[in-house]
Design a protein around this ligand. Sequence first.
Ligand SMILES: [Zn+2]
Length: 186
Amino acid sequence: MHTPEDLEVIRNLLKLIGEDPDREGLRETPARFLKALAEYTSGYQQKPEEVLKVFEDGAQSVDEMVIVRDIPVYSLCEHHLAPFFGRAHIGYVPDKRILGLSKISRLVEVFSRRLQVQERLTNQIADALATHLMPLGVAVVIECRHMCMESRGVRHSGATTATSALRGSIKTNPDTRREFLSLIGH
Ligand SMILES: [Zn+2]
């Protein structure tokens, strides 16, 4: 699966930090690390339109806001390759089409399992929903802890970064926006 050259890159990385890649505990680490990295970045292999091409039946009568709270987010910051992780809350006002809940989680993974910044991640999820689901309105709120901020530099331990992206009626209609924010507990 991994070429000897691939493994050598990670062995060199271990040497760079002062480790001995031949010591017992690290012998399998380059292969394990590459496997984990492939999973952390598997979003590059997926397209949002693939995830969003199948809609649930029987949505013709649905015009109430749909909310999915507390979707797990695991990503890597593109500046430090450090994990950032937390929760996404997504709402939309359907226009005849609704998505299965698992599709929404998968959409979050398509964009979070890449090198990211939280603001772009938030906007990409909102734009993909707006483009492919074509609802009347979309809202995405993401709250994450960033290891690059917490474990180095200024060390704001436990601080959460919140970002939001609003589209359509949830952006333009204050009542709809208030409904979304209260439903996600803000
Ligand atoms: Zn960072």
